[in-house]
Design a protein around this ligand. Structure first.
Ligand code: ZN
Length: 394
């Protein structure tokens, strides 16, 4: 998600939450989740048994322009709140925020404005950990520590210390906040897909991974050095290696789900993931990143393809193409809530382009949507208007 690159979206400070503002804006708001009930009660009171007829004469509440249930945003809503607006005034009913940026004030205010809070949970990123725990640094086919892939550095997914550390973090996060869900981010083996030209290294051949592979498959890699063992695996048992790597990520999803079940049984488990088809880049989504949609579908409630058209050098129309493709590809039991790009990197995303990718993101059988980032929307009045129109429908 590259959260650290963003300026000014990290935490909500006390000064951005103005209690007096909430009540004033609530009075001005035409969007009231209790509105239907009030209308029904009023109709019954006035018309008695004829209340049904009475209700039919009332104008229906304007539906949102996008026919999705979960109208989300990504990153801290602080910049949005600084514009003086409320989430419900823009039709937002879900905020996705980096786990480390969630605090009690944010949860309280989002909730008071009708929005559920979901945590982005950085799962398999290694920066900040592997430097002091080199045993978890991904090892490449030459037996060396894999270099960072532009700004991303992964962690070894089988190293027991790292695994325990990450799952403890997840448990602590769920203990602290009543979250509606947790979205696994950086959920892949070390690689870089958020660029036009992806970086797809071969990892991980550390002692932990070689041992786990051997135990899982019964194959004993030949050779003395790490490089020789890697060569033996890739040369003779490539497909078994790819299968095993995919299973390691499935196991991670199961472990995260286990923590959710214990701490917040009602919370959803989502995944932010690489938006490639099965065939693109020679099948690298599964082959290198380790993401097997068929194996992950039973373990994950919601898939959020990161359809960042600008960053990945794609046409805005690609967003719709991909969401329609994945709508066919995933089983009906899995929900699809894409995340589209509003942020101007590496070049500006206009309000019209933002609307196009939002509409593309809501296509297929998508039932939710979010954008990277709400801060990028908040700084542009035209994008704010697009958001309100698409989410509120008026
Ligand atoms: Zn490893």
């Amino acid at each position: 998600m590259n959260q650290p690159k963003l300026a000014g979206v990290s935490t909500v400070t006390a000064t951005t939450i103005m209690p007096g503002e909430s009540s004033n804006l609530a009075r001005r708001s035409q969007y009231n989740p209790g509105q239907d009930l009030t209308r029904r009660e009023l109709g019954s009171f006035i018309a008695g048994a004829a209340s049904t007829v009475f209700l039919m004469d009332l104008p229906a509440q304007t539906p949102p322009s996008l026919s999705i249930q979960v109208r989300g945003t990504y990153s801290s809503p602080a910049p949005f709140w600084r514009t003086g607006s409320r989430l419900d005034l823009h039709g937002v009913n879900a905020v996705f925020v980096h786990g480390g940026s969630i605090n009690a004030e944010l949860v309280e205010r989002a909730s008071s404005e009708g929005a559920k809070v979901y945590a982005e949970f950085a799962t398999l990123n290694g920066k900040g950990y592997v430097e002091t725990h080199p045993e978890a640094w991904p090892i490449n086919e030459r037996g060396e520590q894999a270099p960072a892939a532009t700004w991303f550095l992964g962690a070894c997914p089988t190293e027991p210390g790292f695994r325990a550390y990450r799952l403890q973090q997840l448990g602590d996060l769920l203990d602290k906040f009543a979250l509606a869900g947790v979205w696994m981010d950086y959920f892949h083996w070390h690689a870089q897909f958020e660029e036009p030209e992806p970086i797809l290294p071969e990892t991980c051949f550390c002692p932990s991974c070689l041992g786990a592979f051997e135990r899982a498959t019964g194959l004993r890699p030949g050779g003395a050095s790490t490089a020789e063992k890697a060569s033996w695996i890739l040369g003779r048992h490539d497909s078994t290696w790819r299968d095993w790597r995919a299973e390691v990520l499935v196991e991670w999803a199961r472990l995260c789900r286990g923590v959710l079940r214990r701490k917040r049984p009602e919370a959803l488990l989502g995944v932010y993931h690489c938006p490639w088809t099965d065939a693109e880049f020679n099948g690298a989504r599964r082959r290198t990143l380790g993401l097997d949609f068929d194996l992950l579908s039973p373990e994950v409630d919601v898939f959020s393809p990161m359809v960042y058209h600008k960053r990945m050098g794609r046409d805005p129309h690609w967003v719709r193409d991909y969401v329609e493709w994945i709508s066919q590809r995933l089983p009906a039991s899995v929900r699809i809530w894409p995340i589209v790009q509003a942020h101007g990197s590496p070049s500006a995303v206009s309000a019209a382009e933002f609307e196009q990718v939002m509409r593309g993101g809501a296509s297929g059988r998508a039932s939710g949507l979010q954008m990277f980032t709400i801060g990028a929307v908040a700084e542009d009045p035209e994008k704010m208007e697009v958001l309100r129109r698409l989410y509120r429908g008026d």
